[in-house]
Design a protein around this ligand. Structure first.
Ligand code: CP
Ligand code: NVA
Length: 316
């Protein structure tokens, strides 16, 4: 059913204001504190049903949203994409916008992981309940908020930070660029020129960066990119859906593998982040991801606190 009021969604990071990001983070930290102290979480989702539509595989996002929903007293319904998007012969089972208009009759929020950002837009165009983008080809906003939470956790006092993303300029890098621009963190993308974050996403980051004072740049030189970084971040070189290009990609990205010697160019107290799943030996060595500088499992934990906070923020 179409709503007369403008329904809020989280399609990309830019759907949230910097102030809203702070509110969501504050609540995420407060939920984390309760959990750490062994206290029960408030029943903010009592009586609420959350549809989890996943067209691609997931460990962290799926479990984070399911556990977050249960912890806040709600019910999650997991819908694997193979069951709802495709028929056995591979043809489309039903229109994405029809799926959304059915789910909104049962559920209070749709959390969707899809191949194409166009599907996110198709759902957002019709849904009268909030849609949360749980990853598409172009964006991964729930990840970016957890990334910022991890940075605040480990760098609580730092004002000006240099965040260097090394690798593929697709979903994770784009949402990280946006959240850095929105919250005043300097952002560098170091990667091969043929795998840059799309130009329109850099343009979209300009206005928030001007307001926050964040400095944004690209380099194809991994050493230059990492030099003096406070946060070094990488992601797989072969994202879900890019498997056919594996060979070329591994060649293009070879100089960008985060090794101990590359990491040595960052500040001595720099932290290493990775959204996971990691392809050890491809984009990062065991030595780096298993080092004391690596905060990847804290980062994975933050996914759950952020999922809870986002659901509470969007569902009324
Ligand atoms: N980082 C992340 O989104 O992990 P999953 O693909 O396992 O959900
Ligand atoms: N860029 C990766 C992120 C996985 C969480 C992918 O899309 O596969």
């Amino acid at each position: 059913m179409h709503s007369l009021t403008q329904q809020r969604h989280l399609r990309t990071m830019l759907d949230l204001t910097p102030q809203e990001i702070e509110t969501i983070l504050e609540q995420a930290f407060s939920l984390k504190k309760m959990k750490d102290q062994g206290k029960p979480l408030p029943a903010l989702l009592k009586g609420k049903n959350i549809a989890l539509v996943f067209e691609k595989p997931s460990l962290r996002t799926k479990v984070a949203f399911e556990v977050a929903t249960a912890s806040l007293g709600g019910t999650a319904v997991f819908l694997p994409g193979v069951e709802i998007f495709r028929r056995a012969d591979g043809a489309t089972r039903e229109k994405t916008s029809d799926i959304a208009q059915v789910l909104e009759r049962y559920c209070d929020c749709i959390v969707a992981r899809v191949h194409s950002h166009a599907s996110i837009q198709d759902i957002a165009d019709v849904a009268s309940v909030p849609l949360i983008n749980a990853l598409c080809d172009g964006h991964h906003p729930t990840q970016a908020i957890a990334d910022l939470m991890t940075i605040r956790w480990h760098k609580p006092k730092a004002k000006q930070l240099k965040v260097t993303f090394v690798g593929d300029g697709n979903n994770v890098a784009t949402s990280l660029l946006h959240i850095c621009a929105q919250t005043g963190l300097d952002f560098v993308h170091a990667g091969p020129p043929n795998h840059r974050i799309p130009a329109d996403e850099w343009q979209a980051a300009e206005a928030p960066a001007q307001t926050s004072g964040s400095v944004l740049s690209f380099t194809d030189d991994p050493v230059k990119g990492i030099t003096d970084a406070d946060v070094v971040y990488t992601d797989t070189f072969v994202s879900m859906g890019d498997e056919a290009e594996s060979e070329n990609r591994l060649q293009d990205f070879a100089p960008f593998k985060v090794t101990k010697s590359l990491m040595a160019h960052a500040k001595t107290d720099a932290i290493f982040l990775h959204c996971l799943p990691a392809h050890r030996g491809e984009e990062v060595t065991d030595e780096v991801i298993d080092s004391a500088q690596s905060k990847v499992f804290d980062q994975a934990e933050c996914r759950m606190h952020v999922a809870a906070s986002l659901l509470a923020f969007f569902i009324h």
